[in-house]
Design a protein. Sequence first.
Length: 196
Amino acid sequence: MRKPRHLSAEERALWDRVAERATPLHADRDLPKPDAQPVQKPKKTLVLHDPIPDFRVGQKADMARTHDVMRPLVDRLAVAPVNMDNKSFGKMKRGKLKPEARIDLHGMTMAEAHPELVAFILGSQSMGHRLVLVITGKGKDRDDGGPIPTRFGVLRHQVPQWLALPPLSQAILQVTPAHLKHGGHGAYYVYLRRNR
């Protein structure tokens, strides 16, 4: 067994200074001396603390503040360049042009909706249709309360992205939210290019 090491005079003076300034955690116990033999530890007493209050992750977050770095989808579509005849575009936005075909994706999952949308758009273009209506629905009207905010209307936000990517982008001239009589923000007018 090794011999215990004793404190030097400097170490002892340093220890005394620290001990004088320290506030004991338990005032009813004596502080052990550094050179003293280990003292038998007293039995632990159970200290009951106040219970942690119920909480929900994100309860203090400002839920009114949006975390999207991009502008809302409706705003982006509103400032998109007009690629079609201005007169026809104005009529379309006012709901004066009647869609020649429509598809309702409302209630579908993204995995179901994407192939249906591709088949519908390409099929409509091959039949010579110019204006079609894509109904997505407005989406749920509230967040599910999880720690990660969920976007309202997944299909409503995803469909314009699908329309901007191949193979659909080559078939489309213009995308804009539908007029209220055709579904408003829960639907899109898709103006197709002429089939060549």
